[in-house]
Design a protein around this ligand. Structure first.
Ligand code: GLN
Length: 545
C-alpha cells in the first residue's frame, strides 16, 4: 500500500475561512522540497459540485486547469507555483465526485447488497483517492477544504483521522491553521477562537501536532505558551504566520518560525537544511525592483482579483524576470462601451494593455475598443483566450473589411463569424467539463515574437474555451500583407487551429487562444509574460527618454 512509503501532512482550518490554508500548505511544501523531499499535494473540497468549472468565479475565484484537463480549485495554482510539481485530476476532488463514484458503484452492484453508508463507503472512497495521490511520494500534503465544524467536511475529517491511524506512528501529522485576532480596545491578541477550533477538532478525534496562527503581528512567547497549554501542543510548535507583503516570502517566514524543522521532527524524517537561495532571490526581486510598469487589465470580474489569480501571479513573475514591479490596474470594460474618452483616460498612462479570458457578452465591446486602442497607439498588447478572440474580431472589423464581424458566442447572426463554436462543441448540451480543456501542442513560426520569447518552436499550453478562430476566415484575416498585418504564428499541428496571432509591425501585439498563466512560476516566469512586461518597460523607457 502506498502509505507504507509515504508520510502524510493533513492540513485543517479553523475559526474563519479565507485564512490562506492552501498558500500555507504550498509554502510548507516548498520548504520540504527545498530539503530534498519528494512532495505532492492534494486538495479535498467539501462542496457538492463535481468540480468548480460550473461555479461563478465571483463566488469561488479562478478555476485552475491542469495539463490533463481537470477544472480544479485555485489552490492547485498555489501548489504548482510553490512546488516543483505538475498537478493532475488526482490532486483535487470534491464531495460531488466522491458521492458520484459511490452512487455509480452502488448502481452497478459493487457493494454486494450492503447498506451503503458514509462510514465506511464514502470514507473509503476518500481514503482510496488520497492513497492514489500518495503513490511514489515521500510526503503527501492533504488539505481539507472548509473550516472545522462545517457539516459538509465531516466525512473528509473522519477519513483523514482513520488514515492517520492506518499510517501509524510518525507517519502522519496534523497541522491546524487558525486566526489570532488583535483586539485594539484591550490591546491584546486573543487566543480563545483558536482554543475553540482545536476543541472542535478534538471532538472528532483529531489532535493537532502543529498550530499555525494567522495574525497581523508576531505572537509573543507567552501567547504561544498559552495556546500550547490549552491545545496540548508544545509552544515551539505554535507558529506565527503574519500577513506578508509578498506571498513569496511565506516559505522564508515560516522557515524562520521553525515550521519545517518541527515537521521533520514530528515525522522523524532525516532531511538536510533547506536551500532557500532561489526564494530569497524572488523576494529580493519583488521587494527591491529597479523600475515599474503599469498594466491595464481590461476585463469583467473587476471586483475580484481572485477571479484572475494565476494571471495576477504570472504578471508578477514577468516583473520578477525583468527586475521590475508590476502595477495592475483592473478596469471594467463595460465603462468603455461607446465611450472613447473614458477609455483613453483610463488606459492613457498604462505601459501595456491586457485583455484576459472571460465568458459572456457583457463588456465585450469595451474589450474590443481596448484592443483597438492598443493596436492603433502601438501600446504592447497581450490577449489571452477571449482576449485573443477580441483581437481577431477587432482586426476583422477595422482592417479586414468585415464591419459586423463577431464571435457567435455574442452574435449568432453575425455575417462574419470570425470566431465560432468548435466542431466538437456543436452537440454539447451539458455545461460541466465540456469545454476544450487541458494541454494541447502548438507549433510556432520561426522568428515570431512568441517563438523568440519561448526560445523554442514546439510548445504545450493549457486551454479552457468553447470557441475558436474560424478557419474559413484564415486567408482573409491572417493572409494579408503589408504594414500592420496580422499573422497566425502558432498552429495546433493535430487540429490545424490558429492558437497564436501577432502583428509583427507593432512593438508587441500577441494573442493566444490558450492560458499561459497557468504554467508560470515565480522560480520560472513564463516566457510570454516576461516578454510582455519587458515590452511595457521598453515603451515606458522610450517615452521617458
Ligand atoms: N468565451 C470564450 C470561449 O469559450 C473564451 C473562454 C476563455 O477566455 N477562457 O471560447
Amino acid at each position: 500500500m502506498a502509505y507504507k512509503h509515504t508520510k502524510f501532512i493533513f492540513v485543517t482550518g479553523g475559526v474563519v475561512s479565507s485564512l490562506g490554508k492552501g498558500l500555507t500548505a504550498a509554502a510548507l511544501g516548498a520548504l520540504l522540497e527545498a530539503r530534498g523531499l519528494n512532495v505532492s499535494v492534494l486538495k479535498m473540497d467539501p462542496y457538492i459540485n463535481v468540480d468548480p468549472g460550473t461555479m461563478n468565479p465571483f463566488q469561488h475565484g479562478e478555476v485552475f486547469v491542469t495539463d490533463d484537463g481537470a477544472e480544479t480549485d485555485l489552490d492547485l495554482g498555489h501548489y504548482e507555483r510553490f512546488l516543483n510539481i505538475t498537478t493532475t485530476r488526482k490532486n483535487n476532488f470534491t464531495s460531488g465526485q466522491i458521492y458520484d463514484a459511490v452512487i455509480k458503484k452502488e448502481r452497478r452492484g459493487d457493494y454486494l447488497g450492503a447498506t451503503v453508508q458514509v462510514i465506511p463507503h464514502v470514507t473509503n472512497e476518500i481514503k482510496d483517492r488520497i492513497l492514489a495521490a500518495a503513490e511514489g511520494r515521500d510526503i503527501l500534503m492533504v488539505e481539507v477544504g472548509g473550516t472545522v465544524g462545517d457539516i459538509e467536511s465531516l466525512p473528509f475529517m473522519e477519513a483523514v483521522r482513520q488514515l492517520s491511524f492506518d499510517a501509524g506512528e510518525d507517519n502522519a501529522l496534523f497541522m491546524h491553521l487558525t486566526y489570532v485576532p488583535y483586539i485594539a480596545a484591550a490591546s491584546e491578541l486573543k487566543t480563545k477562537p483558536t482554543q475553540h477550533s482545536v476543541k472542535a477538532l478534538l471532538e472528532i478525534g483529531i489532535k493537532p501536532d502543529i498550530i499555525v496562527c494567522r495574525t497581523d503581528r508576531p505572537l509573543p512567547p507567552d501567547v504561544k505558551k498559552k495556546i500550547g497549554l490549552f491545545c496540548n501542543v508544545r509552544a515551539s510548535r505554535v507558529i506565527t504566520a503574519e500577513d506578508e507583503k509578498t506571498i513569496y516570502n511565506l516559505p522564508l517566514a515560516l522557515h524562520a518560525e521553525g515550521l519545517d524543522d518541527q515537521v521533520v521532527e514530528v515525522l522523524k524524517i532525516w532531511a538536510k537544511k533547506p536551500d532557500l537561495g532561489p526564494w530569497e532571490k524572488v523576494v529580493h526581486a519583488t521587494m527591491q525592483p529597479s523600475d515599474s510598469v503599469k498594466i491595464a487589465i481590461v476585463g469583467k470580474y473587476t471586483d475580484l482579483v481572485e477571479s484572475y489569480k494565476s494571471l495576477n501571479e504570472a504578471l508578477k513573475h514577468g516583473g520578477i524576470a525583468n527586475g521590475c514591479k508590476v502595477e495592475l490596474d483592473y478596469l471594467d470594460s463595460e465603462r468603455f462601451e461607446n465611450d472613447e474618452a473614458a477609455l483613453s483616460a483610463a488606459v492613457g498612462d498604462a505601459d501595456a494593455i491586457l485583455v484576459p479570458g472571460g465568458f459572456g457578452h457583457r463588456g465585450i465591446e469595451g474589450k474590443i475598443a481596448a484592443v483597438r486602442y492598443a493596436r492603433e497607439h502601438k501600446v504592447p498588447f497581450f490577449g489571452i483566450c477571449l482576449g485573443m478572440q477580441c483581437a481577431v474580431i477587432e482586426y476583422a472589423r477595422h482592417i479586414a473589411d468585415c464591419p459586423r464581424a463577431n464571435s457567435t458566442e455574442f452574435d449568432k447572426e453575425t455575417p462574419h463569424p470570425v470566431i465560432h463554436l468548435m466542431e466538437a462543441q456543436k452537440n454539447v448540451s451539458e455545461k460541466g467539463a465540456s469545454m476544450r480543456l487541458g494541454a494541447y501542442a502548438c507549433d510556432l513560426t520561426a522568428d515570431s515574437k512568441s517563438a523568440r520569447a519561448y526560445g523554442q518552436r514546439h510548445i504545450n499550453e493549457r486551454h479552457r474555451h468553447r470557441y475558436e478562430f474560424n478557419n474559413t476566415y484564415r486567408e482573409r484575416l491572417v493572409g494579408r500583407e503589408g504594414a500592420g498585418a496580422m499573422v497566425a504564428t502558432g498552429i495546433n499541428p493535430d487540429l490545424d487551429l490558429v492558437e497564436v496571432i501577432e502583428i509583427p509591425d507593432h512593438p508587441w501585439f500577441v494573442g493566444v487562444q490558450f492560458h499561459p498563466e497557468y504554467k508560470s512560476r515565480p522560480l520560472a516566469p513564463h516566457p510570454l509574460f516576461a516578454a510582455f512586461v519587458e515590452a511595457g518597460l521598453q515603451r515606458k523607457k522610450a517615452l521617458r527618454a
